[in-house]
Design a protein around this ligand. Structure first.
Ligand SMILES: *Cc1c(COP(=O)(O)O)cnc(C)c1O
Length: 355
């Protein structure tokens, strides 16, 4: 830290991303990326002519991408905004809606929420999940501050139902409720049908997981036109060219390939079910996941030890040190071959531990 750092940032604990090794020697199940490439239409959209056009700034209105997202979701374009990853959208939402209030979210959830609260000096209120790692909607009634919930939640994979979300929305008429649907395509229920009825609902989704575009950095928000206008006020005060030309094309192409998308989702969901059953067979505890990962506890093995032993066998998974979940690791759903290697490593580790 230099002596020039803003003193108010001295205590800031930044987000720690999952490891991105530069070599290919690991089976990488630690950052919830897709094991499948993006739709072939993405590569087709990135032509030489488009590369030459990189000399021009990108469209600050994000027109082609916003229109593709709006069309796919049956919305008007003024109900959609896109960002450089959903992380950018979420951080803009904290700036748009929380600077003079607070932000409420569960104690166990996406680690970035508390980092943004700290960065923008917004008061955060963390509500413990119930013993079984589910969310009690009543904890979010009449919050009097912005609420952000990942649905399905991370890293548990557990989802709220649509009626539960509606229950939270109708008990918060005077503040924004952000539903982070990063994983919703893998079996959760999107609250998109509620958008027509709630002007306080902001839905955030990403291209990183279900559309295999983590490296393109693309996310989007859907909400009432006034909420979207507020987000654009922040965006145009910060970075109007927030999405580069190639990613704008990639995103629109991916959004339009519904069949490819559905195929990837079906493959991930079927692999997830198979792996969850195999882990249960091995006496592991697996939370009921509706995401592209499993939250797994191996009998008699602390999560940190299990994670390290998997790494020794060439498999990267994610371990979190919060005391409530230290016995668990989060395992992304990879290809069937990758998951077979993970299951074999797990069986080996359990056998070794029981000797
Ligand atoms: C992965 C993830 C995001 C961020 O994704 P981007 O790559 O920035 O679009 C947001 N929220 C949750 C819960 C996530 O897991």
């Amino acid at each position: 830290m230099s002596r020039f750092l803003s003193p108010s940032l001295a205590g800031l604990a930044p987000y720690t991303p999952g490891e991105q090794p530069r070599d290919a020697q690991y089976i990488k199940l630690n950052t919830n990326e897709s094991p499948y490439p993006p739709s072939p239409r993405v590569a087709e959209a990135i032509t030489t002519a488009e590369v030459e056009d990189l000399r021009l700034y990108s469209d600050p209105q994000l027109t082609g991408l916003v229109n593709a997202i709006a069309r796919r979701n049956g919305l008007s374009a003024d109900m959609v905004m896109a960002g450089n990853g959903s992380d950018e959208i979420l951080s803009m939402a904290v700036q748009a809606f929380c600077l003079d209030g607070g932000l409420r979210f569960p104690d166990i959830t996406y680690g970035f929420y508390k980092v943004w609260a700290a960065l923008y000096r917004v008061k955060d209120r963390q509500i413990p999940l119930k013993e079984d790692f589910t969310i009690d909607p009543a904890d979010y009634y009449n919050a009097g501050e912005t609420v952000v919930l990942a649905n399905p939640n991370a890293p548990t994979g557990i989802a709220l139902t649509l009626p539960q979300i509606e229950d939270i929305l109708c008990h918060n008429p005077n503040n924004v409720v952000i539903i982070d649907e990063a994983y919703v395509d893998f079996g959760g229920q999107s609250c998109l049908p509620l958008l027509a009825h709630y002007d306080n609902l902001l839905i955030v989704q990403t291209f990183s997981k279900s559309r295999s575009l983590a490296g393109a950095r693309l996310g989007f928000a859907m909400g009432a036109p006034a909420l979207i206008a507020d987000l654009n006020r922040v965006r145009f005060s910060f970075h109007p060219y927030n999405i580069n030309r190639l990613s704008l094309l990639a995103g629109a192409a991916a959004m339009e390939d519904e069949r490819y998308f559905a195929g990837c989702i079906a493959a991930v969901v079927s692999t997830r079910q198979r792996v969850a059953a195999a882990l249960t067979e091995l006496q592991c505890k697996v939370l009921p996941s509706r995401a592209n990962f499993l939250f797994v506890c191996c009998p008699g093995l602390p999560g940190g030890v299990y994670c390290k032993k998997l790494r020794d066998r060439g498999v990267l998974v994610r371990h979190f040190t919060d005391s409530r979940i230290e016995d668990f690791v989060r395992v992304s759903i990879g290809s069937d071959a990758q998951m077979d290697a993970y299951l074999a490593a797990t069986a080996d580790i359990i056998k070794e531990a029981s000797l």
